[in-house]
Design a protein. Structure first.
Length: 482
């Protein structure tokens, strides 16, 4: 991957590669989950402590092959006193196969159990099998005879298109016995887990195979190009699933939905939209176009257009956008509105209240039915700490108002446009926080003579000769000096 991040911790569809594998494995309700780590062990172990705290982490100090990894895992479990009763199969899965599904793993276990096999392998038939171990079968019985790795295969074996996925189910006793006899007699000098199947064949034990219905499931990730390909495949799989469950996705090719997102039937997702994390969209809501939401709850009937948001809740029938930025902690009540070029952070907007355009509302609580005029700024930061503003019900905040927190605007109050509000406003009051306007007559003709502005002023002047001399006396000394 040419990355400081271990391969299995690279992400697709909101999960790491390893996270996708763990999600598939968890559907089997296993008695134990064991993760063998080698390269980047500290980072992988730290991830597992958060994502799968019940998993047993086993360190493979020297990476001597897949067979060695399984043997080390079993030895560590034995040393830790973990009892494996042997009543169920042991499943081995690679950690870099994000497309693998729980349904396919269930099929592997079911076939393995039904066939009473010593070992079972998940296979796939690929148009281009390069790089994968080839499945060799008995031509008369169709049973698996061995798996030959790409580097050890001859020309005839490399022509085989059925490949090993790296997913196996084993009878535990038969596996332990075979692992003790696996050698390193191969081009890599490693203990191949695939050799276990050959040993089982030599013993006359049953070796079963399950061909994956979708060959994409077994694809492993080894570089950024394969990562991008897997990301696109997962996008298409996720989008198809939601469309078949009643969600309208207008343009699936430009819609990216993470694995943990939840959508309800009759939700509409417009083009160029990304839904990430644990975002949920309820029935009748429309999200997009050109929208990116992470961990946002969009309730029924809401509309979110050309918006970026995270860790927020958009109430029923609420409207957001266009060109709106919703930051963590923001909650919109029913039919509330955040309009064009509005930024909201840790803001509670009550039912029916509106912040229509060109405003910043941060660390604020707005009651019901209030209107916040254009270019309103909630001044929540004094350079040291954040402070909260409370705006009551049915308040009218005039355009270009500065609310300097902490401040409370009472129910039904108004603020005059252009005001700077630094004190609480009682319910029903009109707050005016601005200087009285003064007009200095004739200033442009005197101080900007010869400009187009002066010419226009002269043409519109009530006296052809320009302003009276007395008007000059209305200007302050400072203004006369400009």
């Amino acid at each position: 991957m040419r990355s400081a991040t271990p391969k299995v911790l690279h992400e697709v569809a909101g999960r790491t590669l390893l996270g996708h594998v763990l999600a598939a494995v968890t559907t089997l309700d296993p008695d134990h989950v064991v993760v063998v780590v080698g390269h980047g062990r500290d980072q992988v172990s730290a991830y597992l402590a958060q994502a799968a705290p019940g998993a047993v982490v086993v360190v493979q100090e020297q990476q001597n092959g897949t067979g060695h990894a399984v043997r080390v895992a079993l030895d560590c479990l034995d040393a830790a006193g973990v009892t494996l009763d042997g009543t169920g199969p042991l499943l081995v899965v690679a950690g870099d196969t994000p497309l693998l599904t729980g349904e396919t793993l269930h099929r592997v276990v079911e076939v393995h159990t039904a066939e009473q096999a010593a070992s079972t392998v998940l296979t796939a038939v690929l148009d281009d099998p390069y790089g994968y171990g080839r499945i060799l079968r008995d031509t008369s019985t169709g049973l698996v005879t061995s798996i030959v790795e790409q580097k050890d295969a001859d020309d005839a074996q490399r022509a085989v298109r059925e490949i090993n996925s790296g997913v196996f189910a084993f009878d535990l006793a038969a596996l332990r016995d075979a692992l003790g006899r696996v050698t390193t007699d191969n081009s890599q000098g490693e203990e191949y887990l695939t050799d276990v199947l050959g040993l089982h064949v030599e013993q006359g034990l049953a070796v079963a195979a399950v061909i994956a219905a979708d060959p994409d499931e077994i694809l492993g990730i080894n570089d950024r190009a394969q990562l991008a390909a897997a990301r696109a495949l997962l996008r298409d799989r996720i989008n198809t699933r939601w469309m078949r469950e009643g969600v309208t996705i207008v343009d699936p090719s430009t819609t990216w939905i993470d694995a943990d997102v939840l959508l309800e039937p009759d939700a509409v997702i417009e083009r160029n939209t990304g839904l990430h994390g644990r975002t949920s969209v309820s029935a009748g809501a429309t999200v997009g176009p050109d929208t990116s939401l992470t961990d946002v709850v969009v309730l029924e009937g809401a509309t979110v257009v050309r918006t970026q948001g995270s860790s927020a809740e958009i109430g029923p029938g609420a409207t957001v956008g266009p060109f709106t930025y919703i930051r963590p902690g923001t909650r919109l009540g029913p039919k509330a509105k955040l309009g064009a070029y509005v930024e909201a952070k840790n803001a509670v907007v009550g039912a029916g209240s509106k912040v229509p355009h060109l405003s910043y509302v941060g660390d604020v609580e707005i009651g019901e039915g209030s209107n916040i005029g254009a270019a309103t700024i909630v001044v929540n930061y004094d350079g040291v700490a954040k402070h909260r503003t409370v705006i009551g019900d049915h308040v009218r905040i005039g355009s270009d108002t500065m609310l300097v927190a902490p401040v409370t605007i009472g129910d039904g109050a108004y603020t005059a446009a252009g005001s700077v509000i630094v004190d609480d406003v009682p319910p029903g009051a009109m707050a005016v926080g601005r200087a009285r306007q003064r007009n200095v007559e004739g200033w442009v003709e005197r101080k900007r003579a010869g400009t187009s502005s002066a010419d226009a002023a002269r043409a519109a002047s009530p006296t052809p000769s320009g302003p009276a001399a007395a008007d000059r006396e209305t200007a302050t000394p400072e203004e006369n000096q400009q």
